[in-house]
Design a protein around this ligand. Sequence first.
Ligand SMILES: CC(=O)SCCNC(=O)CCNC(=O)[C@H](O)C(C)(C)COP(=O)(O)OP(=O)(O)OC[C@H]1O[C@@H](n2cnc3c(N)ncnc32)[C@H](O)[C@@H]1OP(=O)(O)O
Ligand SMILES: CC(C)C(=O)C(=O)O
Length: 559
Amino acid sequence: MIKNPETKYRPFASVDLPDRTWPSKRITQPPRWLSTDLRDGNQSLIDPMDGQKKRRFFDLLVKAGFKEIEVAFPSASQTDFDFVRSLIEQKAIPDDVIIQVLTQSREDLIKRSFESLRGAKQAIVHLYNATSPVFRRVVFGMEKADVIKLAVSGAKTILAESRKQPETDWSFEYSPETFTGTELDFAVEVCEAVLDVWQPTPDHPAILNLPATVEMSTPNTYADQIEWFCRRLSRRDSVIVSVHPHNDRGTGVAAAELAVMAGADRVEGCLFGNGERTGNVDLVTLALNLYTQGIDPKLDFSDMREVVQTVEHCNQIEVHPRHPYAGELVFTAFSGSHQDAIKKGFAAQEQRNDGIWEVPYLPIDPADVGCSYEAVIRVNSQSGKGGVAWILEQDKGLQLPRRLQIEFSRVVQGIADKTSRELSAGDIWTAFRDTYCLEGPQPFELLDYSSSATRRDSHEHRFTGRIAYGGKEQSVAGKGNGLISSVLDALKAGWGIELDVMDYHEHALTKGARSQAAAYVECRAANGRTIFGVGIDGDIATASVKAVLSAANGTTRAN
Ligand SMILES: CC(=O)SCCNC(=O)CCNC(=O)[C@H](O)C(C)(C)COP(=O)(O)OP(=O)(O)OC[C@H]1O[C@@H](n2cnc3c(N)ncnc32)[C@H](O)[C@@H]1OP(=O)(O)O
Ligand SMILES: CC(C)C(=O)C(=O)O
């Protein structure tokens, strides 16, 4: 990079529109969407799609609800030409979907495009030529008048060709390519000249598409250009104003949104922002941005995984794990405070039960795009108690009391620090099971027991059990004012273990085996140490007994 970029780059000129209205507008309905994945997206791929991939992508777009799909540049390649033919001949285009093809303003290319569309019920023919000063000067060697002539001759050829195929319901689109780099009054002049040829009406409007062929300004400037253009256009009611933002500055989505506020009726783009260089505007993000404002985008991404997989297959480009709404990690929190807030958010949401989505750090319900809540919280060394507790709850239905969460998260933290990797739900369960002696051979194991009140009208409980300690079976008995205290009494009598119960929780498991219950005891040992015990069983009383034995097992391990 150079130290004095002002000697090499010029700032983008702003638009003189002091009475601009778009900043206070709100988007209240979705624009018309056009997917150009099969054209602009396709022309940017290392290996353009073959017919099969194009067909798979087309079917995906139809399923997602796209009603306008730019399917090809049919005069560019036999593959593209044949693809358009196959769609028509195989009757693959639903009646409510209209296909679009792109052509330069050259007679032979336009004729070939019409040939590809023979027999289509309806179609949009999209004509373009670049209009900006640098293209006039450098690429075409043309004056303004020549540029208008080129656009008009293309528009005339299109009109003439369409009349030769009256069985098709034709619509026409014109793009002054490089619109954003074009003098605004000249852009309007070229477009008016094209409209003069096509003579659109409110019932049969033409589409004027205003591309940010290369994104060169902040999005507010694009919005100014769109509002300026819409105000100056003579036949606004006979025109669908379309925008086609690219993403060179990384603000394609913002540019599209502001352009819609500024009067655009239609947006052209690609799924996940594929397209030339940094891509076309991302239609998935745009649609879901609307959705999160309570506006039905009229596009359905309920099965986002399938959409991602298909697009990755067809484009041979991976969707970034941080891609809005679609990436593998976008609903995942690793960090403790985020996990804590999300967990509390879900609990509050469940309690309110008003249907309104309000979960911290999650702008959308992952379930709405087909994602499970399992991936919402993942645990590594950055995680806290809330995350660990969430995973045990989601995976095993365990609702750990707060102080147990704190203790166990330290165990998990230690493992994560030691292994320097993410811990799976399986890793966490293994650690929980081992820490609280839930499975496998343990120092204390319950073999059998019975318990009863000593007298019908009494609160005194008697516990009689067979417990193995270190593999050696022993019969023990104890008394107390409840089951737990009678078990503690038996432990004291049998092995001299002294534990006081400070806290007790129990609940039915919400996941997995539905008839299971979990019990948690927080005990204080004679030396002042706090020891937690956990018991899980089909019978809640037995779960409590097991929890006490789990705590007893805790006394046998080093702190
Ligand atoms: C911004 C966009 O995405 S625009 C769409 C771009 N997409 C593509 O180009 C993909 C498909 N294109 C192709 O396969 C080829 O470019 C074709 C078949 C269309 C044309 O191929 P060729 O005839 O070999 O021409 P080439 O690709 O070199 O195009 C450049 C010529 O077209 C002219 N041209 C460029 N755009 C246009 C246009 N919109 N209308 C008329 N002429 C144009 C150029 O001035 C240049 O003319 P010159 O040879 O007299 O200097
Ligand atoms: C042909 C036009 C619409 C285009 O793709 C662009 O300018 O980016």
